[in-house]
Design a protein around this ligand. Sequence first.
Ligand SMILES: [Mn+2]
Length: 341
Amino acid sequence: MEKRKSPEHDSPPYYSSCKKSLETNDLSKKQKEVGKIAKKTSYFLLKKCGTMDTDFPKYFADAESTFDEAHFIIYGVPYDKTSTFRKGAKDAPKTIRQASWNFETYNIKTDVDLKDIKIHDYGDLDVKNNIPETMIKKTWMFTSKLLDKKKFPIALGGEHSITSGIIKAFPRDIAVLSLDAHIDFRQQYGDEKYNHACAIRRIAEHTGTQNIAVLGIRSADKDELKDAKKSNLLYVDAYTIRKMGIHHAIETIDKHFEKKQIYLTLDIDVIDPAYAPGTSTPEPFGITPFDVLDCIDFFSSKIIGFDVVEVCPSYDHGETSILAAKLIRHLIEVVWKKRYA
Ligand SMILES: [Mn+2]
């Protein structure tokens, strides 16, 4: 088993606290063997994944490159400590990985075979039991290492509070596109500053509100929305998207972001609960999976990082994890075509 090299540059003050998760090994022979079997019989295994858990590959399907050779790094941030309505998002990295084995390696929509792309699944960061500040620092430091090594980060949440940790690793002048049913612009929730309901507010502290757009909202506190308007936070609500179409929303955002590079954060609850019921705070009248595809396709040449958050497996029959896995694959394929192919 090849041992991963430890990062070369200066240790940040909290590096030692996340050292364990930074020294995860590349895939073992045994893991790859399980992957081969799963590929041959993926449908059978998927049906049985509830009972055959231990035999299921522990990594995202087709993410079989080593860390060093990979362009894309998938990593789980299994965290749901601040979730309010339904807990369980911490289990999503695992179920999204399992769901990823459902698909053919070739995608007829993108005309790309995922086997041709260098992807590495790093495993999960060790954050499950941390206080939010520690989780954010660890996520920040880990993402920084990835960016130092010119990797494209793809995080599997976890709740939405993980995103502010990821964003801190990027330069301040990037744009952040958040697809979310909620505006997440509270200064704090209860006495918790890093609650998932404050995600956009925390991100704004790094990038400024002018560099953020939230698409698909249909839920906000009255004062929160007032505050968002006053702060010139660009958002397009789900009702406007329904009326004007997704392309109108995309063009509005594109104009606002000009030529900036874009980090895309997908809170799965932006999609209607009919398609994505397994989420922490479901909100009716959502956008469709096709709308999300259109966003990914349109911005694919500018996207520099991606996360999927708020999948909540304990309220799912597998369909939400399947959708998340498919969207991740789709994003990797279209970004790869624009950047690396
Ligand atoms: Mn949300």
